[in-house]
Write a protein that binds this ligand. Structure first.
Ligand SMILES: [Fe+2]
Length: 299
């Protein structure tokens, strides 16, 4: 069995059946990073990574929604944003991914695109510098065959504990600080098999550039009250969602990290919206009738 370097965040409680519990953040749905060129984005996200352009929404040139399993990338057309860290992805077949990445290499050679094969995953950098670690399906990742498993952000030294307190107290999400060879990291559980990691680093970090994530929470009013009490609502409630970007350590009221969150209630019309996924193995010369769609769960 291959080594799996990423592990889900187990719930902390020793109580019987605690492993069946989930925290207040049910679902990480999308990561939004702007990019300047839809043609290059198509080569990378659709042809190379094997994802699917959403056929229903944002089909013009101003934005591009890309489906991977039950999650999405939102890619408005603007100067590029880059997440400090990486995004964890599950893909059905790492060898097929490598072949697709090799096929787009010449057309992306003038960009920051690169990839390398590690013992249990493939590290991929997009044309503008966002990094992905792609894993094969594994029981630790539930039944995810294709999807977004986690996002790992780099954060400055001394902030991981405050970030964990923030997610526990502001959002009701199980969180803890782990220390491994990579240093201290806050890990935040989302739903059954997704998570966020905030890993401390001594390396210089770029200023926050406005990228965002979208999450769904069961208890919506509690988080709203936390930010309202501190005057830190970034965008007030409209269409069952609000936004914040200041991660405040409840023990000190200091901002320990900046990341825009689009916080949606389960009443949001897009909660668990069915997303179209194609099987990138389909091709004219080896076409299989009736197999265009990909079911993004392990069978
Ligand atoms: Fe968004």
């Amino acid at each position: 069995m291959a080594r799996i370097t990423e592990r889900p965040v187990e719930q902390a409680s020793e109580r019987a059946w605690a492993s069946e519990d989930v925290g207040n953040i049910h679902f990480l749905e999308h990561v939004n990073v702007t990019q300047p060129d839809q043609a290059l984005a198509t080569l990378f996200y659709i042809v190379g990574m094997g994802f699917t352009r959403d056929p229903y929404l944002n089909v013009g040139l101003q934005n591009m929604w890309v489906n991977l399993g039950e999650q999405q990338f939102h890619l408005p057309t603007r100067e590029p944003q880059v997440i400090p860290g990486h995004i964890g992805i599950v893909v059905p077949d790492l060898a097929a991914l490598e072949a697709r990445l090799a096929s787009v290499q010449p057309a992306l050679a003038h960009t920051r695109f690169s990839y390398r094969v590690e013992p249990d995953h493939v590290v991929v950098t997009c044309p503008w510098g966002n990094t992905f670690r792609c894993y094969a399906p594994h029981p630790r990742f539930g039944d995810m065959l294709l999807g977004m498993l986690y996002v790992e952000f780099l954060t400055r030294p001394g902030t991981a504990a405050g970030i964990a307190r923030f997610y526990e107290q502001a959002l009701g999400a199980p969180a803890r600080v782990d220390s491994d060879a990579g240093g201290p990291a806050a890990r935040v559980a989302i739903g059954t098999h997704q998570w966020l990691t905030f890993r401390e680093t001594d390396a210089p970090l770029r200023p926050y550039d406005g990228h965002h994530i979208a999450i769904y929470v069961a208890n919506f009013s509690g988080p709203y009250a936390f930010f309202q009490a501190r005057g830190r609502i970034m965008e007030d409630v409209t269409n069952h969602q609000f936004r914040f970007k200041d991660l405040v350590d409840p023990a000190t009221d200091e901002v320990v990290f900046t990341l825009e969150h689009e916080v949606r209630s389960l009443h949001h019309p897009m909660y668990r919206r069915p997303l179209v996924n194609r099987d990138p193995a389909q091709a004219q010369m080896r076409y299989r009738r009736g197999r265009d769609a990909l079911v993004p769960y392990v069978g």
